[in-house]
Design a protein around this ligand. Structure first.
Ligand code: GLC
Ligand code: CA
Length: 517
């Protein structure tokens, strides 16, 4: 079974920016193999790699031209198999990115569907019946192909939506029901792609825009039905493999749709932002912020119901960042980032570390968009390994690099931090080790709020025999607490443990353990 998941800490790799092993200026699969021991040293034992498939890269590979072919710039199928072998030898797992909702408009299926000639792929995408039929409530590309009809896009214009049908059919002349054979033929094609990779030994998928499949499906009822069907195939034929959704609705994703885990994303106004990314103008109103004025209740009001609904069926994935949002350094000081890592590594679920966050890489706001990155480009710059040529990322000439390196003053490197006490790297490494050494901090115990008040600090929560105290604010905080002989187990900053109270210093984290709990 997928038991390995509940004890995992993931590392997310943006392959083009991680390590260039053949000096062409772009990261590659062999570059990941070479750095497996580095990832293992940090304590991560599973990896998610952003899309590595053949693509014209209008959206950095989320526009797939051929689902079963590796983009030559990343290497060959042999390179991937070698990476997989080396990872498995080290007890590590590899997830690929599955993009089920759309393809590139250069995908062979789409080329045929748009051709205007009858082909077997005519219903693989969503076309209106005539080019004059363009209801404005749909994102349609109009008059750009030979076929007499307009097609629906899922994300950028170059990403036509695959046809999983409509839950509510409002235009029967061109919309298929989500129960139609045409819609389920697409599900069949998706499952074939998944089997192709799972048969090669891949340990599962992070699923891109997992909630986007069926259209006019506000409650995601028909979309969940598709994923449950996919999950049945996984349980039957690939019981060790996992599916992790980009959905950010654990109840729907995990309970209704059958994902093993769901990302807790930075959606507007949600709990993740309340914790880490709530900048309003120049004010930072996140709970984890310097000069903190955040509201832990705003997080808990959203998180707790989702946690309770989903905890018996799967995991919520906190992440330090991902390739779609500004890096944490844009919002928090290095010290505050350490506190946020302490939080993430002591929460239930399956945490993800985005490459470079372990050293506090920065978010660049001065870059021209590359491959559809736009504001996301600044979080996708090459990994900073050392102070040698191109900061150890690549031996290529500087002008050949996928993106420029960050040479700003104090820009962090692995070399400066790995093995250096007090660094963000070593701090995160110690927190991952702490989590790994204590199954209660992973998913063997529940999560209980001990102290949380709207717009107040600290936040205190229990995980089995552990209690965590977090105080990102500028003031020391004392709360009544029957410590009952509990002892300090880990801390950042300062604290005082008394018999009936705990004082947690400004900008501090404390984990205590109740031996006799
Ligand atoms: C997801 C990906 C993002 C991509 C989009 C379209 O949100 O994380 O990078 O652009 O889907 O596939
Ligand atoms: Ca390369």
């Amino acid at each position: 079974m997928t038991d390995w998941l509940k004890n995992s800490v993931f590392y997310q790799i943006y392959p083009q920016s991680f390590f260039d092993s053949n000096s062409d200026g772009i990261g590659d699969l062999h570059g990941i193999t070479v750095k497996l021991d580095y990832i293992k040293d940090l304590g991560c034992d599973a990896i998610w790699i952003n899309p590595i498939y053949d693509s014209p890269f209008m959206d950095a590979g989320y526009d797939v031209r051929d689902y079963c072919k590796i983009a030559p710039r990343y290497g060959t199928m042999d390179d991937l198999m070698h990476l997989l072998d080396e990872a498995h030898k080290r007890g590590m797992k590899i997830l690929l990115d599955l993009v089920p909702g759309h393809t590139s408009d250069t995908n062979e299926w789409f080329k045929q569907a748009r051709s205007g000639f009858p082909t077997e792929f005519d219903d693989r995408y969503i076309f209106t019946k005539s080019v004059w039929d363009a209801p404005p409530e749909y994102r349609l590309m109009c008059g750009v192909c030979q076929r007499d009809g307009n097609y629906l896009v899922n994300y950028f214009s170059s990403q036509p939506a695959l046809n999983y049908g409509f839950y509510e059919v409002t235009h029967p002349e061109w919309q298929y029901s989500s129960d139609s054979p045409e819609a389920w033929a697409t599900v069949g094609a998706l499952k074939d792609i998944m089997r192709f990779w799972l048969d090669k030994g891949i340990d599962g998928f992070r699923v891109d825009m997992a909630d986007s499949l069926v259209k006019n499906d506000d409650e995601k009822i028909a979309t969940a039905k598709i994923w449950r069907d996919v999950r049945m195939m996984m349980d039957r034929d690939y019981p060790d493999a996992v599916l992790i959704s980009e959905w950010s609705n654990p109840q729907r994703a995990i309970v209704n749709a059958g994902f093993h885990a769901d990302f807790y994303l930075d959606h507007q106004g949600n709990g993740y932002n309340a914790l880490f990314r709530n900048k309003q103008g120049s004010d930072n109103l996140s709970f984890f912020a310097d000069g903190a004025h955040g509201d832990i209740e705003a997080f808990l009001a959203e998180y707790l119901p989702q946690y309770h609904f989903s905890k018996d069926s799967g995991y919520i994935s906190f992440m330090t960042n991902n390739h779609d949002m500004p890096r944490a350094t844009f919002y928090m000081s290095e010290w505050m980032i350490r506190l946020s890592h302490a939080f993430m590594m002591t929460m239930p679920g399956v945490p993800f570390v985005y490459y470079g966050d372990e050293i506090g890489m920065r978010y660049r706001t001065d870059l021209i968009s590359v491959e559809g990155g736009f504001s996301r480009t600044g979080s996708r710059t090459p990994m900073q390994w050392n102070h040698e040529k191109n900061m150890g990322f690549s031996d290529a000439d500087e002008d050949m690099l996928y993106l420029p390196l960050d040479y700003s003053e104090g820009s962090p490197t692995v070399e400066d931090q790995q093995g250096v006490g007090g660094s963000i790297f070593e701090n995160l490494k110690s927190l991952i080790a702490l989590r790994k050494a204590n199954p209660e901090l992973m998913n063997e115990s529940g999560f209980e709020v001990v102290y949380a008040r709207a717009k107040e600090y600290p936040f205190v929560y229990r995980r089995g025999s552990f209690t965590a105290f977090i105080n990102p604010s500028d003031d020391d905080k004392t709360i009544d607490y029957d410590t009952n002989g509990a002892k300090e187990y880990y801390f950042l900053g300062g604290y005082e443990i008394n018999e009936n109270s705990v004082t947690i210093r400004s900008r501090s984290f404390l984990l205590i353990r109740h031996e006799n709990a």
